[in-house]
Design a protein around this ligand. Structure first.
Ligand SMILES: C[S@@+](CC[C@H](N)C(=O)[O-])C[C@H]1O[C@@H](n2cnc3c(N)ncnc32)[C@H](O)[C@@H]1O
Ligand code: SF4
Length: 462
């Protein structure tokens, strides 16, 4: 049964928060971390350490108004092919630092729409991955795709290259919502893609939906969720629309008065949840759903689920190397981001040696354990704080500030304590990011403006 939240709670807890795909979050990244620091981090990786790889392709066939991703239209095939060559160049620079032959168990192509990479370039990138790394036989090899633009022969090609998971963007099936979002995509287009993936032998199929989009209603998202669940994808991601027009100019084309209120967003999320649960999917963390027999459900139930820049994952590697403009990477020492502008990323690779990195953050001891606590909260809706209490201290002494902040959660029936374990109640489930934020000391510092910069702005927390 979907949870109902009162408008009073929404008003008091609302506001904007990070999605905690990392801690520290990207707003803590600074130019103090650049190619030199990161080269040191990569060289320091133990030789037996496996790595995960991510390729960001910042191109789409057409742009959707709601989209917050770093992407643009690149009509010329030569331009897209040349970008493939730069990915190869960046990979060579990475391998010069981490060494050849590292085991890879997770490989993800995202964007944008990574199938805009021409076949020749895609083949070359995959051949180079297999040559420079050891792609394990059971590796998850995933591709994001736009069902409206599937190049001829793409699904058999992906199967041939070893892809075993495809993530299709849908968002919503309602014609008025689609029209306003500038993303008109028929039910039949999506169904045909799911069928083509299965026919090609790619059985891992994800579908992305969004609630909180212009003109969506509880009834319209119910209809979308029912029809999409009927296609039987094995996983779904159900994102709350992040309206960040100050960061992503194309969203300014969405009329402010077409957006559902926080109350409506919560009801829409609850309705999608209800439809998917009735259809046999298990809710996982903030925004994922999977079949009960899916590896992600098993990881969730076993407490081994992880969260990284790609969202929820069964990937346990502490190293994720991102390549391409704006790609974000994770190492035990810190996080870093490549140059976001595609033109500047291209220039950096053509004109300079070293990695095309714009900014990053070193993880202090405090960041590491807080990052672990936040990741566990985001994956398990609660955390046992025992391992984080310094010897000789009580929970109350070690977490005085956090406990104070959690008092109102408890009074509102959003969380419960069991010894040193704090977890969200059924009523508290929508407040996952709020619970995580209590352990985020960097956010408090940034909000206080202690670094002299304006306080960062995030997307809506509900
Ligand atoms: C790279 S796209 C998916 C692949 C492909 N380009 C497509 O659109 O079908 C990644 C996903 O991010 C999500 N997304 C993009 N902008 C968003 C926003 N402003 N708020 C919430 N989710 C968003 C969408 O669900 C989208 O499917
Ligand atoms: S949602 Fe997908 S197709 Fe649309 S602009 Fe974003 S990345 Fe491109």
């Amino acid at each position: 049964m979907a949870v109902k939240i009162s408008s009073d709670l929404i008003a008091r807890y609302g506001g904007n928060l990070p999605r905690y795909t990392s801690y520290p979050t990207a707003v803590s990244f600074s130019e103090a971390i650049g190619p030199q620091e990161v080269a040191g981090w990569l060289k320091a990786l133990p030789p037996e350490q496996s790595v995960s790889l991510y390729f960001h392709i910042p191109f789409c066939d057409e742009l959707c108004r709601f989209c917050a991703c770093n992407t643009a239209v690149m009509r010329q095939e030569e331009g897209r092919e040349a970008y493939g060559e730069l990915l190869l160049d960046e990979m060579r620079r990475i391998v010069a630092l981490v060494g050849r032959g590292r085991v890879v168990r997770h490989l993800h192509f995202g964007g944008g729409t990574p199938t805009t990479l021409p076949e020749f370039a895609l083949r070359k990138v995959m051949a180079a991955v297999r040559e420079q790394f050891q792609l394990s036989d059971d590796a998850e090899v995933a591709m994001e795709m736009d069902p409206r633009h599937v190049p001829d022969g793409m699904l058999p090609l992906l199967a041939e290259l070893g892809f075993n998971r495809i993530s299709f963007g849908v968002q919503d099936l309602n014609p008025i919502v689609q029209e306003t979002c500038g993303r008109v995509q028929s039910y039949e287009q999506t169904l045909s893609c799911v069928q083509q993936a299965h026919a090609a032998g790619v059985h891992g199929v994800n579908i992305d939906l969004i609630y909180g989009l212009p003109y969506q209603t509880v009834e319209s998202v119910q209809d979308t969720a029912r029809r999409i669940a009927g296609m039987r994808p094995d996983r779904l991601a159900v994102f709350g629309y992040a309206h960040v027009p100050w960061k992503q100019k194309r969203q300014q084309l969405i009329p402010q008065d077409s957006l559902p209120s926080s109350e409506e967003r919560v009801q829409q999320a609850a309705m999608i949840d209800q439809v998917l649960v009735e259809a046999g999917y298990k809710p996982i963390g903030l925004d994922h759903y999977a079949h009960s027999e899916d590896a992600m459900t098993h990881a969730y139930e076993a407490g081994t689920l992880h969260r990284n820049f790609q969202g929820y994952t069964i990937d346990s590697s502490p190293v994720l190397i991102g390549m391409g403009a704006s790609a974000i990477s994770m190492t035990p020492d810190g996080f870093y981001q490549n140059i976001p502008s595609t033109a500047a990323y291209i220039r950096a690779l053509k004109e300079q040696d070293g990695l095309p990195i714009a900014r990053g953050v070193f993880r202090t001891e405090d960041d590491r354990w807080r990052g672990k606590v936040i990741e566990i909260i985001m994956c398990q809706s609660g955390v046992d704080l025992t391992p984080y209490i310094p010897e000789g201290q009580s929970l109350r002494e070690a977490f005085a500030e956090e406990l104070e902040a959690l008092r109102s959660f408890e009074e509102d029936g959003l969380l419960q304590w069991n010894g040193n374990r704090v977890s969200l109640t059924e009523k508290g489930k929508p407040f996952l990011r709020h619970l995580a934020a209590v352990f985020d000391t960097r956010r408090k510092e940034l909000a206080a403006g202690s670094n002299g910069k304006p306080a960062p702005r995030f997307s809506s927390s509900l």
